[in-house]
Design a protein around this ligand. Structure first.
Ligand code: GLU
Length: 618
């Protein structure tokens, strides 16, 4: 088996300047001859994984080359960016099943080039009708243990991903729901090559997966980890995709086969002997009531660019906008541009802006009425919030939240509330741009890496644990918490798929996984690209810092450098962590597109264009 369509493109690519992956030897002639005829599946020639590619005709960037290739093939055959994004996402449900899937949710941001309009789809998972603000508390009113809640049916929320695909295709796309899911089904049936990231995904979940026999059987056949370089097949999820293609979204939202299977498993998860887990109160009616929602984006400006992000229930669009506004406000306050300051000062500003934005996000943003969105993303609010900024000293953490009340004259602040520590680090993000200039940034998840750990028996996909994104109890007594569970409510997210226009024309797409660090990763990539003049792949590769109003997490490369020393001297409370996020994006320069992904993190991502050119473009 081999991939169809764009395979030749990938294998005949000239060495791209910044590529760190070395392409496998080309085996193109047969692939070319068979292009368009063969089913999708494992590719014996090993598709090269390139972290950046420049060219025309459309671009896709994701963490996985099989999935990116699916999107590129859709574009080659005349599909648009929405079609490519849905097909790529469906493929990721097979090749990156620990981070996303049909029992998950996500946020889809779309730029319609013809109408010159950005629209978003809120496909966030939703709490069953039986949820209350006590769902995740123990009898004594204290919070349930986090991982106990994660590894259970109780953390399952009504999935939004298939509804997102359906709505995206109907509103923006040109291909059918069934066609869009075909490559994913074939990849599952025919198999794909296990890479290190896939094996690691199982390795880090051995204990959790062992609790649920259907999951252990699927991902640890014979009790061992899937071996790197072997072919992994998942006929069960192929069956799930076949059912979904046949029954359509009604399979989930109309009481069909998959609705019944998911609800049965969440209500009564199959566990190993001696293991008991909490059960979900979800019903088929909860699934029937679900709707993916079209929403206007969060709009803001940054250095003269127009930035479009995801609105509530994601805090992503609001927080990214506030961080960028704060960077502008620090420029105004100090008279030194973000472009001109030293690298250490750039990271310092970024850390201060991020911590401040998180103080406000934690206090005000959730799936509740009355979130002061306009104020939170206003330049005037940022100017007031910049009052605590000093170029020579980090502010004490946690920074107090501000007062987004429309009156900005002083330095008004509220309580200092520490952030919730339980943010997972999984999820996947993808970008697609087509030759007409339509753009998609799409981030989707099942929450933890490995979701709830529960596989729907016979259907080969994991149930989400998105409900643990709610705060289990208020963050601080006496301070209203907008992110407590409630019936039909959507937990606050940090997912930040972002589109940027320049003078009304496509300019950039960005997204990343990584729990609450998504907000900082996306903002850092934007300022790296826009202010610091980095090529997109370098802005993605740059060592990351994530300041979320507790400590400041940094990647080892940063801490062990002069920049790290300077940041500590400024009082930044640095803690070292492994890797932060997995960025993807596409930079648009007229008809020339530069897709970019990670060079090293998690084994590197996969950036592809339809017609590669050996031209340097950032
Ligand atoms: N559930 C997280 C959120 O919506 C994303 C999961 C992750 O990236 O870890 O913010």
């Amino acid at each position: 088996m081999t991939l169809t369509g764009g395979l030749l493109v990938s294998l005949t690519l000239p060495a791209v300047a910044t590529a760190t992956a070395s392409p496998a030897p080309a085996k193109t002639s047969q692939a070319d001859a068979d292009a368009g005829k063969r089913p999708y599946g494992v590719d014996p020639a090993n598709l090269p994984k390139m972290p950046t590619m420049t060219g025309g005709g459309g671009a896709v960037s994701s963490v996985d080359q099989t999935a990116s290739q699916v999107g590129i093939d859709v574009l080659r055959r005349g599909g648009n960016a929405a079609d490519a994004a849905v097909a790529t996402a469906a493929a990721l449900g097979v090749t990156e099943p620990f981070a996303n899937g049909i029992a998950g949710g996500g946020f889809f941001v779309y730029y319609d080039a013809k109408r010159k309009k950005v629209t978003t789809i809120d496909g966030r998972e939703t709490a069953p009708a039986a949820f209350t603000d006590k769902t995740f508390t123990k009898a004594d009113g204290t919070a349930m243990d986090f991982m106990t809640a994660v590894n259970s049916g109780l953390s399952f929320g009504v999935p939004g991903t298939p509804a997102t695909w359906d709505l995206a295709l109907k509103r923006f796309g040109t291909r059918s729901f069934s066609d869009s899911l075909r490559p994913a089904q074939e990849i599952a049936q025919n198999g794909f090559m296990v890479d290190q990231a896939f094996q690691d995904g199982v390795a880090q979940n051995v204990e959790r997966f062992t609790m649920f026999p259907a999951t252990a059987k699927l991902f640890m056949p014979g009790g061992s980890l899937p071996e790197v370089g072997t072919v992994f097949r998942n006929p069960d999820i192929a069956k799930a995709y076949a059912v979904l293609r046949r029954e359509g979204p009604a399979s989930i939202y109309g009481g069909g086969t998959l609705a019944k299977a998911m609800v049965a498993e969440a209500r009564n998860p199959g566990t190993a002997p001696g293991v008991t887990v909490a059960k979900s109160p979800v019903t088929v009616d909860d699934l029937r009531a679900y709707q993916a929602k079209l929403k206007a984006p969060i709009t803001s400006t940054y250095q003269g660019l127009n930035v479009y992000g995801m609105p509530v229930p994601s805090s992503g669009g609001i927080a990214v906008a506030e961080i960028l506004n704060l960077l502008e406000a620090y420029q105004a306050k100090t008279g030194a541009s973000t472009a001109s300051v030293s690298p250490a000062q750039w990271y310092h500003r970024f850390a201060e802006a991020s911590a401040t934005a998180f103080a406000d996000r934690n206090r005000y943003v959730g799936d509740v009425p009355g979130v002061p969105v306009k104020e939170l993303v206003s330049k005037a609010f940022a100017a007031e919030r910049a009052c605590g900024f000093s170029p020579t000293k980090a502010q004490a953490r946690p920074i107090a939240f501000g007062q987004p009340d429309g009156s900005y004259t002083g330095c008004a602040g509220g309580a200092r509330v520490a952030a919730k520590p339980n943010d997972g680090a999984s999820t996947t993000s993808l970008s697609a741009v087509d030759k007409w200039g339509n753009m998609v940034a799409y981030t989707l998840t099942i929450e933890q890496y490995g979701g709830s750990g529960i596989t729907v028996p016979g259907y080969g996909f994991l149930l989400n644990n998105e409900m643990t994104d709610f705060n289990f109890v208020p963050l601080q007594a006496g301070v209203p918490d907008p992110n407590l569970p409630a019936a039909g409510k959507r937990p606050r997210s940090s997912m930040s798929p972002t589109l940027i226009l320049k003078n009304g024309k496509p300019y950039l797409t960005v997204g990343s996984p990584g729990g609450a660090t998504i907000i900082t990763t996306v903002s850092q990539i934007i300022t790296g690209y826009v202010d610091r003049g980095m090529p997109l792949v370098e802005a993605i590769a740059a060592p990351r810092l994530s300041s979320r109003n507790t400590g400041v997490t940094v990647e080892p490369e940063l801490v062990n450098s002069d920049i790290g020393t300077a940041l500590k001297d400024l009082g930044q409370p640095l803690t070292t962590v492994g890797e932060i996020g997995r960025g993807v994006g596409v930079a648009v320069h007229g008809k020339t597109l530069t897709a970019a992904a990670e060079t090293v993190r998690a084994g590197g991502g996969s950036a592809m264009v339809v017609t590669p050119r050996d031209t340097a473009s950032r």
